[in-house]
Design a protein around this ligand. Structure first.
Ligand code: PLP
Length: 224
C-alpha cells in the first residue's frame, strides 16, 4: 500500500477531535511529501538535526512536532521553526526553551512528558515532579512558553490491560492538574498526547486527543 493509502486508513480510525501527528523519523522527504500531498500537515520527528534538515526541504506550512528527548544545548536550532515540543522533562529545559523562544520573538507550545511506562528506559517526569514544576513560581514568570498539556508513552507490551491502565493514569493526572492549576497564558491544558501505531485506538478510548503515528503510515523504520 502507498503512504497515502496507509495514511487514509489511519485517519479513518481517528475521530475528528483527535489530531494526528505523522511520525516521519528515519523516512525520506519524498515519502513525507506523499503524506503532505494527501493533506497531512502535522509531522513528528525525534531528533533535532533530522527535524531541521527536513523542515528546510519541506513546504513552510508543515507543523513540526519534536517528540524525542531534547537536550538544552540543541533548543536553539529549532526555536524558530518548531510547532510543539512534546518532550519537556525538566525546568532547566523549559528555561532554555523560554530563552530561545524569546530570542525568536515567539511563544513555543510545549507538553510535559510524563513517565507512565513500567520500563525505566523512557524519559519523562513522574507525577510528583510535574506538580512541582507547575507549582514553581519560576515557571509562571516565563513569557515565551505555553504548556499545552501532557505527553506519555505506554509500556511496550502485549498486555492491553496494562497499557489501558497507564493511559488512564495519565488522563487522570491531566484532569487533576486542570483542576489544581488555573489556566493562564503559560498553562493552557488542551492536549493529551498519547498513542502510537500499536496502541492509538486504546489511547483515544482513554482520553487522548493527539496521537503520534509512524510505522502504520510510513511502514517499518530502517535504522541500518
Ligand atoms: C517513534 C515514535 C512514535 C511513533 O511510533 P510508531 O510505533 O512507529 O507509530 C511515537 N512517539 C514517539 C515519542 C516516538 O519516538
Amino acid at each position: 500500500m502507498s503512504v497515502a493509502e496507509q495514511l487514509k486508513q489511519v485517519q479513518d480510525r481517528i475521530p475528528a477531535h483527535v489530531t494526528l501527528v505523522a511520525v516521519s523519523k528515519t523516512h525520506p522527504v519524498e515519502h513525507i511529501l506523499k503524506a503532505y500531498e494527501a493533506g497531512q500537515r502535522n509531522f513528528g520527528e525525534n531528533k533535532v538535526q533530522e527535524l531541521t534538515a527536513k523542515a528546510s526541504a519541506m513546504p513552510g506550512d508543515v507543523r513540526w512536532h519534536l517528540i524525542g528527548h531534547l537536550q538544552s544545548n540543541k533548543v536553539k536550532y529549532i526555536a524558530q521553526l518548531v510547532h510543539m515540543i512534546h518532550s519537556v522533562d525538566s525546568l532547566k529545559l523549559l528555561k532554555e526553551i523560554n530563552k530561545r523562544a524569546s530570542g525568536a520573538e515567539r511563544v513555543i507550545d510545549c507538553l510535559l512528558q510524563v513517565h507512565i511506562a513500567e520500563e525505566d528506559t523512557k524519559f519523562g517526569l513522574d507525577e510528583g515532579e510535574v506538580e512541582l514544576l507547575l507549582a514553581n513560581p519560576v515557571f509562571w514568570e516565563m513569557n515565551n512558553i505555553r504548556i499545552k498539556g501532557l505527553m506519555g508513552m505506554a509500556t511496550f507490551t502485549e498486555d492491553q490491560s496494562q497499557v489501558k491502565r497507564e493511559f488512564a493514569s495519565l488522563k487522570a493526572l491531566y484532569e487533576r492538574l486542570k483542576l489544581k492549576f488555573e489556566a493562564d497564558e503559560r498553562w493552557q491544558p488542551e492536549v493529551l498526547s498519547m498513542g502510537m501505531s500499536g496502541d492509538f485506538e486504546l489511547a483515544i478510548e482513554e482520553g487522548s486527543n493527539m496521537v503520534r503515528v509512524g510505522s502504520s503510515i510510513f511502514g517499518a523504520r530502517d535504522y541500518a
